[in-house]
Design a protein around this ligand. Sequence first.
Ligand code: NAD
Length: 259
Amino acid sequence: MIKIIVCGASGRMGARILELGSKDSKFSLVGGIESTNHPQLGKKILDGKLMVQGDLNLFKDKAEVLIDFTSPEATLHHLETIQNWNGMKTVIGTTGFSSTQKEKIQELSKKMAILLSPNMSVGVNLLLDLARQAAKTIPGYDIEIIETHHNQKKDAPSGTAIALASEITDELKRNPKSDWIYGREGNVGARKPKEIGIHAIRGGDVVGDHTVVFAGQGERIELTHKASSRDAFALGALRAAEWISNKKSGLYSMKDVLQ
Ligand code: NAD
């Protein structure tokens, strides 16, 4: 059994990972960590089998993989806390890291195995491949990315929209700084051929929709993924935890898991 700690235990994702992980005999859930002011701190969850705790240090040498779905600052704090723990691996689902924070994760991955993926679902990882394939096949088409999420999501555009834009940008050798356009307002003029438009919609309880539009002369192709529940991400995170449990230090992504 793989011993798991979940950080963000009472969050939308963390709670689902704990619930699904507790039903899978491959995993033993040893810790559920929350922020130190969270109302669920000290409360028992999973039918009394686990208590929500605020101090990650309580679990030193008691776990093999940490799964983190919190915030960029909290994730970095957790990585720094466990960086010298013997053989500890990490699966990071948190999104919204700045480039400096990503560099820090890269640096820490020299010491331990870290898997970082803005979207753990199998379907979205297929969408990333399909978007790259489409960009390669029809390079002259106008490309726009539209993402929709629930009204509590903090970062925009979503990590998945950025991953889609990065995939296409890499394939077409474009430049994120000059070619990525976040929404449009005012007299912006005609669309430049190399633009990749990225648009974030927020509302209701939408789990996560992503569409990549390729618009050409007289036709339009739309590649869409819709998550109908968080289980797609939670199951992906557990699959990633199993995969990374025997890996050496390095920075991995969901693509490595799904190869
Ligand atoms: P949420 O707000 O419901 O949950 C986050 C939880 O983290 C909260 O319960 C919060 O109290 C807790 N937290 C904050 N600071 C903490 C700390 N220092 N220690 C421990 N816990 C702490 O958010 P969510 O919808 O569960 O999403 C969490 C993150 O995961 C977001 O960045 C989101 O974009 C991302 N996400 C990723 C995927 C994916 O597949 N990679 C899927 C969905 C969401």
